[in-house]
Design a protein around this ligand. Structure first.
Ligand code: G6P
Length: 367
């Protein structure tokens, strides 16, 4: 049956709003509720022998990989290398025995990613694939196939596939941590509890759709926009900038909050909105001082944070967007929602073709 937009204006909008459901669907195939453990699909190699992870992907899938790097390091204490698929093969990467090469792709057909997969296979790596199309080329060539259950994604700019990728990657990182003796069963159960909280938190984030739609009018006239984030939310800043470029055609850059003073701060003036993605927590103070650096130069800030963060630093912002207070593990999933909705609503204000942006393809099958 043809996929319909239903009551939504665009497929992208529908797909953004499907996230609580499809993330829950995806998680249900990776979590065993009875004993609160993470379970992976069948595979026949010994996970505990993996000594290194190489992550390769393109576009939004690449940013999911960047988030996962934090989790593999933090939970499993595994060294992680990550690269864009188009760069990876040409830099003579060091691929030693015991390496897991992890490919992330919505379509499973992106030419650069597929070529990188074959390169890794030839160099003796175990191949894991996080993919949304189970019949795709990448799925067929995997030693460990990790499907996302986002359902067909029609909008060219990826949304629901991204949050489902994050859900699978968090589960994989926890599972590998347990396999390597770096995570206790009790800690694994905690991870499971946090992950199972994600769908409700995604819903809470989506509840701020109208605030974001109202705020979009402030961003739409900008020529440049800067996104800032720290830690696992830094890749979300990159994803925010990518989404805005893709569908609203506004130039945007994502930066690690603390790195802004080494360059992009030179761009700051009243005309460059700075969107700060900052859940409250131990590093929030540092972000607040980065915000002060922006303000001191007349910069206008849109702060995306939880109640505690907005209470502490929301005053004097151009706009604030409230997120639910969430465990840091699921923050990248939850903060994906405002990132997507900002791009979506700005594009609507500008009247661009949201589902079929100019010059872009859903699946890029040329290298
Ligand atoms: C294209 C799409 C993006 C997507 C990227 C990677 O550029 O427009 O939305 O993130 O390809 O695609 P993949 O299917 O490999 O995730």
């Amino acid at each position: 049956a043809a996929i319909e937009k239903g009551n939504y204006r665009h497929f992208m909008q529908k797909e953004i709003f499907e996230q609580p459901t499809v993330v829950a669907q995806t998680l249900s195939s990776y979590i065993r509720q009875v004993d609160q453990t993470v379970a992976l699909p069948q595979f026949d190699f010994d996970l505990s022998t993996i000594n290194r992870v190489t992550i390769v992907a393109c576009g939004t899938s690449y940013y999911a990989g960047m988030v996962a790097k934090y989790w593999f390091e933090q939970f499993a204490r595994l060294p992680v290398d990550i690269d864009f698929a188009s760069e990876f093969r040409y830099r003579e990467p060091v691929l030693e025995p015991g390496g897991l090469a992890l490919f992330i792709s919505q379509s499973g057909e992106t030419a650069d990613t597929l070529a990188a997969l074959r390169h890794c296979k030839q160099h003796g790596q175990t191949i894991a694939v996080v993919v949304n199309v189970p019949t795709s080329s990448m799925a067929r060539e995997a030693d460990l196939l990790l499907p996302t259950h986002a359902g067909p994604e029609i909008g060219v700019a990826s949304t629901k596939a991204f949050t489902c990728q994050l859900a699978v990657l968090a589960a994989l990182a926890a599972h590998m941590a347990v396999a390597r003796g770096r995570m206790t069963r009790a800690e694994e159960a905690e991870v499971v509890v946090h992950l199972l909280q994600a769908p409700a938190s995604l819903n809470a984030a989506l509840a701020h759709d109208a605030d974001i739609a109202a705020m979009a009018h402030l961003i739409a006239p900008a020529r440049d926009v800067l996104y800032l984030g720290r830690g696992p939310d830094y890749p979300l800043a990159l994803e925010g900038a990518l989404k805005l470029k893709e569908i609203s055609y506004i130039h945007a850059e994502g930066y690690a909050s603390g790195e802004m003073k080494h360059g992009p701060i030179a761009l700051i003036d009243e005309a460059v909105p700075v969107i700060v993605l900052a859940p409250s927590g131990p590093l929030f103070e540092k972000t607040v001082s980065n915000m002060q650096e922006v303000r001191a130069r007349g910069g206008k800030i849109v702060l995306v944070s939880d109640r505690a963060g907005l209470d502490e630093a929301g005053e004097g912002c151009l706009a604030t967007i409230e997120m639910p207070r969430v465990h840091p593990l699921i923050a990248p999933l939850v903060y994906a929602v405002p990132v997507q909705l900002i791009a979506y609503h700005v594009a609507c204000v500008k009247g661009t073709d949201v589902d079929q942006p100019r010059n872009l393809a859903k699946s890029v099958t040329v290298e």
